[in-house]
Each structure stands twice: as structure tokens, then as C-alpha cells.
Design a protein around this ligand. Structure first.
Ligand SMILES: CC(C)(COP(=O)(O)OP(=O)(O)OC[C@H]1O[C@@H](n2cnc3c(N)ncnc32)[C@H](O)[C@@H]1OP(=O)(O)O)[C@@H](O)C(=O)NCCC(=O)NCCS
Length: 139
């Protein structure tokens, strides 16, 4: 991911999640956060998704992840996760965590299919008060 991708990411995050990490946050992540690695998925040179990660061996975290709607349910999210698992392994990471809204059944299903298990609930984790499920995968 490069700074040029930030505008597209903020646009899609706002549409998909009704809020975004924000332009300033993403700039700081790219420039100042030594544990952050952000990835863009392209199809024929066109942006179709992104994933933000933090790496601190042996722990990795998926901070945010989406595939744009017209390319969802075609296997790209699954392939993207496989790529990130290899990336994490290359960083000596063997435990990955992420938070997902309890209502986000599609993401929960996608993560379970890739071997994540639900660990515990973080109550009122999101600004609107919804709980998060903390999911874990061992590589
Ligand atoms: C979650 C997300 C990234 C999955 O990406 P994707 O490219 O659509 O996923 P895939 O096509 O690889 O599907 C992987 C599995 O997810 C599940 N899945 C994906 N879309 C689904 C849908 N519309 N309905 C039910 N299950 C679905 C299925 O189990 C699927 O495997 P299968 O097709 O073999 O049954 C995508 O739906 C998305 O961007 N959602 C909006 C943003 C979001 O919620 N991000 C996660 C934040 S924690």
C-alpha cells in the first residue's frame, strides 16, 4: 500500500463500515508505526481490497480488511488471507488475532473458514456500542 491508495481506502471504509480509520490515521500508520504493514489487493491494476496488519512476533493482528462489494464472494478475500498468513509466518508470527462485530455474520463465516476461532467477547467495543468477538488463529 502507498499513500496514493489512502483516498480510495477511506472512501470504501466509509461506505462499508460507516466510518473510516481516516486519512490522517492511515498516513501516520504508513510513516510512523514500525509494526504496521498495510496491503492493497489489485486486479488488473485496479484496487479491489485492502488489509491493515500489525506485527509483533510472535503476535500478529489484522486491524482492518475489506474486498470491494462487486468483487466479494469470488474467493479474493480467502486468497488475501492466505497471502497474509504467509507474510506473518515470514515475520515469525504464529498467533493472529482480530476483532469482528457480533452482527457481521459474513466476516465471521469467512474467518472461521480460514481457521480462526472465537475467543471471547469485547463488550461495547465499537463506538455505536456493539460488541466485538475476538478471534484467534494459530499458524
Ligand atoms: C469479509 C470479506 C472480506 C470476505 O471477502 P470475500 O472476498 O467476499 O470472501 P470469499 O469470497 O473469499 O469467501 C470466503 C468465505 O466467506 C463466506 N462468505 C463470503 N461472502 C459471503 C456471503 N455473501 N454470504 C455468506 N457467506 C459468505 C463463505 O464462507 C465463503 O466461502 P465459500 O464461498 O467457499 O462458502 C468481505 O465480505 C467484505 O469485505 N465484507 C465487508 C467488510 C468486512 O466486513 N470486513 C471484515 C471486517 S472484520
Amino acid at each position: 500500500m502507498q499513500e496514493i491508495d489512502i483516498a480510495e481506502i477511506v472512501k470504501w471504509e466509509t461506505e462499508l463500515f460507516e466510518n473510516s480509520l481516516g486519512t490522517n490515521y492511515l498516513h501516520r500508520e504508513l510513516k510512523e508505526n514500525p509494526v504496521a504493514n498495510y496491503f492493497v489487493l489489485e486486479l488488473a491494476n485496479k484496487f479491489i481490497g485492502y488489509m491493515g496488519t500489525w506485527s509483533s512476533a510472535p503476535n500478529g493482528q489484522i486491524v482492518n480488511f475489506f474486498i470491494i462489494p462487486k468483487h466479494q464472494k469470488k474467493g479474493y478475500g480467502s486468497h488475501f488471507l492466505d497471502y497474509i498468513f504467509d507474510f506473518f509466518l515470514s515475520q515469525n508470527i504464529n498467533v493472529i488475532t482480530l476483532e469482528v462485530r457480533v452482527s457481521n455474520q459474513i466476516a465471521l463465516k469467512a474467518y472461521r473458514k480460514k481457521g480462526f476461532i472465537s475467543s471471547f467477547i469485547r463488550e461495547s467495543y465499537y463506538p455505536d456500542g456493539e460488541d466485538a468477538i475476538l478471534m484467534i488463529k494459530y499458524l
